[in-house]
Design a protein around this ligand. Structure first.
Ligand code: 7RM
Length: 635
């Protein structure tokens, strides 16, 4: 591990230079530390026009042998997964590498027993329990493609994802504990499966004891299945470019896209970025608070840490239960060294006051991480002062579901820290800024659209079932560049500061959402004629959701209507997509060609109605006046 860690500024500069001058030599050297059944014939071939990207072509491997088997001789009794339950009085689970290896083998056999085989898609809709990580790894063990769906999504969203990837199995639990609530996962799965014909088997973990109906010939109990199989499962030998997983993420149009990652490149990159960004060393305890349903959980709870032989914490609960000190209690309880969370959590806990922080020592922390959205100065300084005690570098990590791993981030004790700056690219990453005309901006102190102009091992390979959509979304805006969808500034030192999305994607509490998705959900309400959704600055969530809605009849009871709209959205997508503000309007600002001018709605939503800019292209400028008047009367 140590040999690939950057520990000085000089070394960063030299390594970065080498990584872009001789990328194939650079990445082959990292890849050499893994176990391969056969090494690659070619490190990289690529063509962003198609797009087609292949890393370590011809190589054969199984990623779980690198996450598990490879560590058995040296770290067999070291804790791999440390699980902290929702209820602090329930027992902690510690799985050593040896135990995890066994449990993965055993569950892999359960999957096989239930008909799963190499190449099948398996949907995982589960609470944050050790079995979720075991299930992910068991899929990879047998060469099946996992599609984890965040267990906060509705039955509808779940069904869409299962159908898009034609999953043959669903792995779930009776229910999920979240603070003092229980979510009935199996009931949601049953509702989803009413419109999924591809699913042959459902394996149900008993967690909450919630009563469930088991469908004969389809549903089996997880724990009962375990009794029927051996603990050892040979790893399926896979090709470097075989699919490892699909993970759905929102874009500016249409339904969420199934981002596809392939095995070898993802493995090499998540390992390398993990050990460098968190400065991980052998005895450390590392905690990422994300849910495994998001890319952060895939790359930096499961794969990156386990590839590095680390101890990774999984937390089942929420930051505010039993009280707003829970994160800090866990840091002390497990002597956490690296802590990785989202700005929205920091802001929420900051708002609860220091009394929830001050009773904890937090003296084992070495590195603090931030991910998912821009971190504002105030939250940065609070994190630095009250959690890090001004003693822990903060790594503000910019990346995306599509990039697979962290792209731009400080390296602790190496990179100068600048609040709100993600800072510099990791080795092998070649970011650039372009203007709206697609011209690259070569100077410093400029602002533009963030692109990446050379392939990296963990980059998106395709959108499941729709390669053309992948090309159009990421590779068609600018020639020979991957377009991120983010606006970004580069300062005099060449440091990058992410400004936020430039498309119709909003980021609510670090969750990515398409405004079109939310609009489609709202439009399902029978009285809604049309809607337009925009993001607006929200003190805790980063962005809130503001919905402008046209109804077919005047709304008499605004409160009841609002509740009904929230219900519809909740059902279509899930609670994370519920609008924070709803304004009923009689018209939307449209151009003569019928396009909604979201720029104007964004201004109104942010409360900035003094200067709406050029409205001369509007079909009917009077609608804007009407919306402005009504802006105070929102629910
Ligand atoms: C990891 C993740 C991706 C979008 C991305 C950005 C935003 C993520 C940061 C950030 C500012 C950061 N994947 N984003 N990290 N913005 N600073 N450090 O979040 O696919 O769910 O979202 O999130 O807009 O494009 S994601």
């Amino acid at each position: 591990m140590k040999e690939h860690q950057i520990i000085s500024w000089e070394q960063y500069k030299a390594t970065y230079k080498h990584s872009i001058e001789a990328p194939e030599v650079f990445w082959a050297d990292i890849a050499d530390s893994f176990k391969w059944h056969k090494k690659w014939d070619k490190v990289l071939s690529w063509d962003f026009k198609k797009p087609s990207v292949q890393w370590f072509e011809g190589a054969k491997l199984n990623i779980t042998e690198n996450c598990l088997d490879r560590h058995l001789a040296t770290r067999g009794d070291k804790v791999a997964i440390l699980w902290e339950p929702n209820n602090p009085n329930e027992e902690v689970v510690r799985l050593t590498y040896k135990q995890l290896h066994q449990k993965v083998g055993q569950f892999a056999n359960v999957l096989k027993r239930n008909g799963a085989k190499k190449g099948d898609r398996i949907c995982i809709y589960m609470p944050m329990v050790p079995e979720l990580a075991i299930a992910v790894l068991a899929c990879a063990r047998i060469g099946a493609i996992h599609s984890v769906v965040f267990a906060g999504f509705s039955a509808n969203s779940l069904a869409d994802r299962i159908n898009d990837a034609t999953c043959s199995l669903v792995l779930t639990a009776d229910g999920s504990f979240r603070g003092n609530k229980i979510i009935d996962l199996k009931i949601i799965v049953d509702e989803a499966l009413a419109r999924c014909t591809s699913v042959k088997k459902v394996i149900v973990l008993k967690r909450t004891g919630t009563p469930v109906t088991m469908q004969v010939n389809r549903d089996v109990w997880w724990q009962e299945e375990l009794e029927k199989v051996a603990h050892n499962c040979m790893a399926e030998v896979m090709d470097a470019e075989d699919m490892l997983f699909v993970l759905y993420t929102s874009g500016s149009t249409g339904k969420p896209k199934g981002v596809v990652h392939t095995i070898a490149g993802y493995m090499v990159y998540t390992y390398y970025s993990f050990i460098n960004v968190f400065g991980y060393s052998e005895e450390d305890v590392y905690w990422c608070t994300a849910d495994i349903g998001w890319i952060t959980g895939h790359s930096y709870i499961i794969y990156g840490p386990l590839l590095a032989g680390a101890t990774t914490i999984m937390f089942e609960g929420i930051p505010t239960w039993p009280d707003a000190g829970r994160f800090w209690a866990i840091c002390d309880k497990h002597q956490v060294n690296q802590f990785y969370t989202a700005p929205t959590a920091i802001r929420a806990l900051m708002a609860k006051g220091l009394k929830y922080v001050n009773s904890y020592k937090l003296d084992t922390l070495k590195v603090l991480g931030s991910v998912g959205e821009p971190i504002n100065e105030e939250a940065w300084h609070w994190y630095d002062e009250h959690i890090g005690k001004k003693n822990c570098p903060i790594v503000d990590t910019w990346w995306q579901t599509e990039t697979g791993g962290i792209q731009i981030s400080a390296i602790p004790h190496v990179t100068k820290l600048k609040p709100t700056y993600a800072s510099l690219p990791l080795p092998g990453i070649v970011p650039c800024l372009v203007n709206n005309e697609g011209e690259e901006l070569h100077d410093n102190e400029v602002e533009g659209l963030l692109c990446i102009k050379f392939p990296w091992p963990s980059m998106i390979r395709t959108i499941y079932g729709d390669h053309e959509r992948c090309r159009l979304t990421y590779f068609s805006a600018f020639d020979n560049k991957y377009f991120t969808g983010d606006g970004c500034r580069r300062d005099a030192d060449g440091f990058y500061r992410i400004i936020g999305r430039v498309d119709d994607v909003i980021n609510v509490s670090g969750h990515r959402m398409g405004t079109a998705e939310v609009e489609n959900a709202i439009n399902e309400h029978p009285n809604v004629v049309e809607s337009a959704v925009v993001g607006y600055p929200h003190a805790i969530k980063g962005q809130g959701i503001y919905a402008f809605i046209i109804t077919n009849n005047p709304v008499n009871n605004i409160e009841a209507f609002t509740q009904a709209v929230l219900q519809v959205v909740n059902k279509a997508i899930g609670p994370i997509a519920k609008p924070d503000k709803i304004q009923v309007v009689t018209g939307l600002p449209k151009t003569r060609s019928g396009k909604i001018m979201r720029r104007i709605l964004r201004k109104i939503a942010s409360g900035d109605i003094s200067n709406l800019g050029d409205t001369s292209t509007l079909l009917d400028p009077s609608v804007v006046e009407a919306i402005k008047k009504g802006a105070g009367l929102i629910a």
